[in-house]
Design a binder for this molecule. Structure first.
Ligand SMILES: C[S@@+](CC[C@H](N)C(=O)[O-])C[C@H]1O[C@@H](n2cnc3c(N)ncnc32)[C@H](O)[C@@H]1O
Length: 258
């Protein structure tokens, strides 16, 4: 792998639109749960569902046929615009997408039957405020050891260290799902599930690795000339018949409002 080869790959790999990672070919070893399956336990035909940090609404839209009405909120205008554009082309008439900060939801109390947050931060007291009594919140987050070998190859420390620093820089505090569960408990909510898994994940080809490096929030913007050595190290050390091996560390939290 040379810098020039990596530059050519980087130029042919598309950029991310909204929060669409479908250009990446990736597979995981069997995890103990799948987020979509957990969410489906709490969806009902007439249910009103909130998706916090919806990105371009890509994942949320997959539940569209199974709910009454849905609202996806995100703090990023381009992502909400992408979500609205996706909705128009797909005719998702029971979903709306709104520019909103998860810390200050512009929504009346007890509006939703269920709330979701997939790889997106949330504020426990706001979640409980907008859920109806008995309503359920499902969150899946990336864990602190996520994509560990990629962070090591790039000399970035760990995923957890990166995010802890991001929060500190903004004057906030990074909270794990276990931290959030303690907050929910202190607010009177019931914790239905609190789990984590860490399984092997395979990026099928170099294009998928480069898409990941270009499209993900990471400590540095990807530059082929600067980063060809860590990419070469990943190929040398972690290539397998299934692709380039890394890991997916995930946390699950399910809470019910009393
Ligand atoms: C990692 S993406 C996940 C998108 C989507 N849930 C998915 O999994 O495909 C996190 C999203 O959270 C949004 N976000 C970050 N901080 C937020 C906040 N305070 N309020 C609302 N959205 C926020 C980001 O703009 C981004 O679109």
């Amino acid at each position: 792998m040379t810098a020039l080869e990596l530059r050519l790959i980087s130029e042919r790999v598309p950029g991310r639109v909204g929060w669409d990672f479908s250009p990446m070919r990736v597979e995981e070893d069997q995890p103990p749960w799948r987020y979509e399956d957990v969410v489906r336990k709490y969806l009902t035909a007439g249910g009103r569902i909130l998706d916090i940090g919806t990105g371009g609404g890509e994942l949320f839209s997959t539940f569209e046929q199974e709910i009454g009405r849905g609202a996806g909120i995100d703090i990023s205008r381009p992502r909400i615009e992408a979500a609205v554009a996706n909705r128009r082309s797909g005719g998702h008439c029971n979903l709306e997408f709104l520019l909103m900060d998860a810390a200050w939801l512009a929504v009346k109390d007890s509006t939703f039957d269920a709330a979701l947050a997939h790889h997106a931060d949330f504020t426990c007291d706001e979640v409980l405020r907008v859920l109806r009594p008995g309503g359920v919140f499902v969150s899946q987050q990336m864990g602190e050891r996520n994509t560990e070998n990629i962070f090591q190859a790039f000399r970035w420390g760990s995923f957890g260290q990166f995010w802890r620093k991001q929060y500190r820089t903004r004057g906030g505090v990074f909270q794990t799902s276990a931290d959030k569960a303690s907050i929910f408990r202190s607010l009177g909510a019931e914790i239905i599930a609190l789990s984590e898994y860490d399984v092997d994940q395979y990026l099928a080809d170099l294009d998928s690795l480069v898409f990941f490096l270009k499209a993900s929030p990471l400590p540095e913007a990807f530059e082929p000339e600067k980063h060809w050595r860590p990419v070469a190290e990943l190929i040398d050390r972690y290539s397998t018949p299934r692709g380039i091996r890394t890991n997916a560390h995930r946390e699950l939290l399910v809470a019910r409002k009393p």
